[in-house]
Design a protein around this ligand. Structure first.
Ligand code: COA
Length: 183
């Protein structure tokens, strides 16, 4: 297993993993173990990888993608309606008394670990690599977690040491807004 920046040949594997864990593909009884709601194209992934160095992958010994974490500037994410909403409301959230802004923070997620590799410590390593990769550019990292995704909340609070800066509602979903200092 290796954690590293993505290269172009990882993108198909990443998209397959994303598709398998998307809310539209997961049976209802499996949703407690997490799901992804973001839709992203191969072209958008390529741009995130090339222009922002924003894709971290975990690969197995056959160099097959078994996990990924996306991270990018608000400028990159702004065309997704949920992120447009988050950008508009960002400054009402704080971490350590600092107002969160589009300049001092970036957005991490979605993140995913292939089902058969969960609870093995890969999540912590992937998270840590992704966080460090942006630390020289931004003091704060922000993400959102759907309140009906308890596994993601547990992983990000217990394993990644993120804290809740508040909650918000969007499109009939309730979210936690999570933040962490990058250094
Ligand atoms: C979210 C995700 C990346 C976390 O990685 P992971 O390898 O599963 O994380 P871990 O198992 O190490 O940690 C999760 C913790 O939640 C606990 N947990 C498991 N199922 C849970 C549930 N239904 N409710 C609450 N906690 C739960 C685990 O026990 C573990 O804590 P512990 O090790 O102290 O017991 C992974 O589950 C995943 O990819 N899910 C599908 C996609 C997703 O939801 N992505 C995040 C939203 S974008």
């Amino acid at each position: 297993m290796e954690i590293r920046y993505a290269v172009p040949s990882d993108l198909n594997g990443l998209l397959n993993l994303l598709k398998d864990n998307h809310i539209n593909s997961i049976p209802e009884e499996e949703k407690k173990n997490g799901f992804i709601t973001t839709n992203i194209t191969k072209e958008q992934l390529y741009s995130l990888m090339e222009n922002e160095k924003g894709i971290t992958v975990a690969v197995n010994d056959s160099n097959h993608v078994i996990g990924f974490a996306l991270a990018g500037s608000w400028n990159f994410w702004q065309s997704w309606p949920l992120f447009t909403y988050m950008i508009e409301h960002l400054e009402s959230f704080k971490l350590n008394d600092q107002i969160l802004t589009v300049e001092n923070s970036y957005q991490y997620g979605p993140v995913c670990i292939d089902k058969q590799y969960r609870n093995t410590g890969i999540f912590e390593k992937l998270f840590s690599f992704s966080l460090k990769s942006m630390a020289d550019h931004y003091p704060y990292m922000i993400t959102f977690i759907n309140q009906v995704n308890p596994r993601s909340y547990a992983a990000h609070t217990k394993k990644a040491k993120m804290t809740e800066s508040g909650t918000f509602d969007w499109n009939n979903n309730h979210y936690w807004l999570m933040a962490i200092q990058t250094k």
